[in-house]
Ligand binder design. Structure first.
Ligand SMILES: N[C@@H](CCC(=O)N[C@@H](CS)C(=O)NCC(=O)O)C(=O)O
Length: 275
């Protein structure tokens, strides 16, 4: 969410510290989802002794199912049908601040990817890396105009959209609309712009699902499912989001499972009455 530190995750600590997550039914559902999917390594430590992987070793994604930034990286891997090991870094146990993980990402955040001798963090960079490293199937348009749109949207996400995220402040900080002042206005102004960007679709760059969709999807997930962005006011964004969710790669993300409860949390849907 935020670049420096995911708004969610910053609060995840507090949430974890309150001890409510480990025992929540939601957390249990998440574990099962992973178990049904790719084999999961339970926790850090990862590459023993900080040893470098050889290029033939299986890719490892260090992530957490509640982390929407992690979903971004996982989506790219899944869309490309790449083989990887999902290593759960337990944010609630502070594994992301342990030396073994800090050796991979000195910022102590998920996601991080290890691919042979490549170690990369920052979810948007991971998505871009995977596109260059594993171009087949392509998730970036080759037609120059569409490619330009795709690259521009990613830049706009980084610079404009992501900084407006208020989900963590609402969910974990307990803030409500009145507490957030012009942060809500800024978020809605951005949503208005992106509503216009959906265009004829079905995806942000046209016919094909692209890394632009992947980059913004976790953000809009928290805003639409989490905060209740009204469908009547943002019909194109909603339609785009539903289209994305009908893709297998998207539907299978553990993040959605972790997020099921969010949709029922009426108090948290602070945008529901927005116009
Ligand atoms: N800009 C980073 C943000 C990563 C991030 O904030 N990850 C959160 C989980 S959503 C995290 O690991 N937070 C733990 C912390 O910041 O201590 C990215 O896109 O990868």
């Amino acid at each position: 969410m935020m670049h420096q530190k995911c708004d969610d995750a910053e609060r995840l600590h507090q949430f974890g510290a309150m001890g409510s997550v480990e025992t929540s039914p939601c957390a249990a559902r998440v574990e099962r989802t992973i178990a049904r999917g790719r084999p999961e390594t339970d926790s850090v430590p990862i590459a023993a002794g900080g040893k470098q992987e050889t290029p033939v070793s299986r890719m490892k994604l260090y992530a957490h199912p509640f982390s929407n930034n992690s979903m971004r990286a996982q989506l790219s891997l899944d869309e490309k049908g790449l083989d990887y090991e999902y290593v759960k870094v337990d944010l609630f146990k502070g594994q992301h601040k342990q030396p073994d993980f800090l050796a991979i990402n000195p910022r102590g955040q998920v996601p991080a990817l290890v691919d042979g001798d490549v170690r990369i963090y920052e979810s948007v960079a991971i998505v871009q890396y995977l596109e260059y490293r594993y171009p087949d199937p392509p998730l970036i348009p080759s037609e120059p105009k569409r490619m330009a749109t795709c690259l521009r949207l990613i830049a706009e996400f980084n610079q404009k959209l992501d900084p407006t995220n208020i989900f963590g402040s609402v969910k974990f900080g307990g803030k409500r609309r009145a507490d957030l002042g012009d942060r809500v206005d800024k978020l809605l102004a951005e949503c208005r712009i992106w509503e216009g960007y959906v265009g004829a679709g079905p995806y942000f760059t046209g016919e094909a699902f692209s890394i632009a969709d992947i980059v913004v999807l976790p953000f809009f997930g928290t805003i639409i499912d989490g905060l209740g962005l009204p469908q009547a006011d943002y019909p194109r964004l909603h339609a785009w989001y539903e289209r994305c969710k009908s893709r297998r790669s998207v539907a299978q993300q553990p993040w959605f499972e972790a997020f099921v409860g969010e949709k029922k949390n009426q108090q948290q849907r602070i945008l529901a009455a927005a116009s």
